[in-house]
Design a protein around this ligand. Structure first.
Ligand code: SAH
Length: 465
């Protein structure tokens, strides 16, 4: 280890910044966030920096750097493009043992500034020891995306209760067990979901209890998107890696299930059209039983759990049993398929509204308010419409929609196997018969489908060939 990472208390301390350009301004931003008083010495200064320095309680002096500028300073940053001046400042500061940073010149630094993930009071610093700031920044973005922005509020909550926990649990081990247990349970998730007051009540209850609380179960009803794993949300991925048990159905691609925790128990619960691997009632019951055993249960659903996903039914019972749960939305098949196929669902010239409809057959027929589906400027999206496709087309025409209304069938949308078939209400049933179409498929009806030929995926290889 070439450097010892430390966190520097700068509140109310005097810092010297030499230089007045954009880089100096960036450094001043950091110093000001940490509460430092910024004194700038430079020949020319950006107005924004001038203002920041004065607001921080520091000063600005236009002129040459002098040794006396170092007096009483806690930290020195040189951000000039004058190599000789930078060396001078570095040598002076190091002689006086004042920590000094020279921007982009590790050799002249006694301290270096890391890339920062700020979830104050929680702060993560990443450093490449001056070898590759770009790499440190790339790593920072990775960490940024996996740490919920609410971690800061969680840390603050812990800070608030720290003393009381110390009083109640007198040994270090007991305190650690308490915090590990509470912070990995529903409490943290409550904070991430913005329900800080509930989290606080949970902490109160846990503190009132005679002993460390038993691990509490909770349920995450998570949308897995339409197929492409890149369409998962950060939140989905985080909960996928936290859950002890995963219940997934047929629509969730294997490569997405693979992103769940390696040692999690994985249960397939169906369901293809006719093959109900587990009846809905049994799924609901299984979720409750697992949660009551103290498990973190992930219910992974294709697309968005609240769009034709029975998400509502599954969580209704959780609420009755007072099991903590949360619902994580994702991209629904309509948005995913439309975007990947190049069909905007609305367009100022063609469609002012869009309607999501289930085309699922009950007793061989589809009962839909056909009269409401005739408006030319309304895009219709049918989920579960493959089997009912001939009936859908026929009914729309019979009720008065133009047989030449364009329609697209998107098969396995957003995945590498995506296929798009374009036709019109009149000829689509025949066209589909001629293809080997497999589920899942989505139907989009309306003039927006015409745009597909212009907006479909741009493939440079094909275009040049
Ligand atoms: N909750 C899901 C929908 C579940 S209903 C969502 O929000 O997307 C199941 C239907 O969704 C399928 O019959 C099909 O019509 C549609 N569907 C889901 N994924 C799809 C995909 N990748 N491509 C095409 N259609 C899809």
């Amino acid at each position: 280890m070439d450097y010892l990472p430390l966190f520097y208390q700068l509140q109310g301390k005097h810092c010297l910044l030499i230089g007045g350009g954009a880089i100096a301004l960036r450094k001043a931003g950091l110093l000001s966030k940490a509460g430092g008083l910024i004194h700038v010495v430079t020949h020319q200064i950006e107005p924004e920096l001038d203002q920041l320095a004065r607001q921080s309680g520091g000063s600005v002096r236009l002129g040459d750097y002098q040794l006396s500028d170092l007096e009483g300073k806690t930290l020195v940053i040189a951000a000039t493009d004058d190599a000789q001046l930078n060396s001078q400042v570095s040598a002076d500061a190091q002689r006086l043992t004042i920590p000094v940073n020279v921007v982009d010149n590790p050799a002249l630094c006694s301290v270096i500034l890391p890339a920062i993930i700020d979830r104050s009071p929680l702060v993560i610093a990443v450093s490449s020891g001056g070898q590759s700031p770009v790499l440190a920044r790339l790593l920072r973005s990775k960490i940024e995306s996996t740490i919920p922005s609410a971690y800061g509020r969680l840390a603050a909550l812990v800070g608030k209760f720290r003393r009381r926990v110390q009083e109640k649990f007198t040994t270090v081990d007991a305190r650690r067990d308490f915090w590990e247990e509470t912070l990995q349970g529903p409490l943290a998730e409550m904070v991430f979901a913005g329900k800080d007051h509930v989290a606080e009540e949970m902490l109160e209850t846990a503190l009132d209890a005679e002993q460390i609380p038993a691990p509490a179960g909770e349920v995450y009803l998570v949308g897995a998107g339409p197929g492409d794993p890149d369409l998962l949300t950060f939140k989905a991925l985080r909960l996928m890696q936290k859950a002890d048990v995963v219940l997934y159905d047929r629509l969730v691609a294997a490569e997405i299930v693979d992103l769940t925790r390696k040692d999690a128990e994985k249960i397939y619960v169906g369901k293809a059209r006719a093959d109900h691997a587990l009846p809905q009632q049994d799924i609901n019951q299984l979720i409750i039983t697992l949660a009551k055993q103290g498990k973190k249960v992930l219910r992974l659903k294709g697309g968005d759990p609240f769009i034709f996903g029975r998400g509502g039914e599954e969580i209704q019972e959780l609420a009755t049993h007072r099991i903590p749960f949360q619902v994580v939305p994702d991209i629904t098949a309509a948005s995913g398929c439309a975007a990947y196929a190049g069909i905007p669902l609305t367009h100022r010239d063609y469609a002012q509204s869009v309607r999501f409809i289930t085309g699922h057959l009950k007793d061989g027929s589809i009962k839909l308010p056909w009269d409401e589906l005739l408006h030319r400027e309304q895009t219709l999206v049918f989920y579960m419409g493959l089997v009912g496709l001939p009936v859908i087309c026929q009914q729309l025409i019979e009720h008065g929609r133009d047989p030449q209304t364009p329609i697209a069938l998107i098969e396995k949308g957003t995945t590498r196997e995506q296929q798009v078939i374009i036709g019109d209400l009149g000829n689509m049933p025949k066209k589909v018969q001629a293809h080997q179409v497999t589920a899942p498929t989505l139907l989009i009806v309306g003039d927006v489908v015409k745009l597909q030929s212009q907006l479909h995926w741009f493939d440079p290889a094909k275009e040049s060939g």
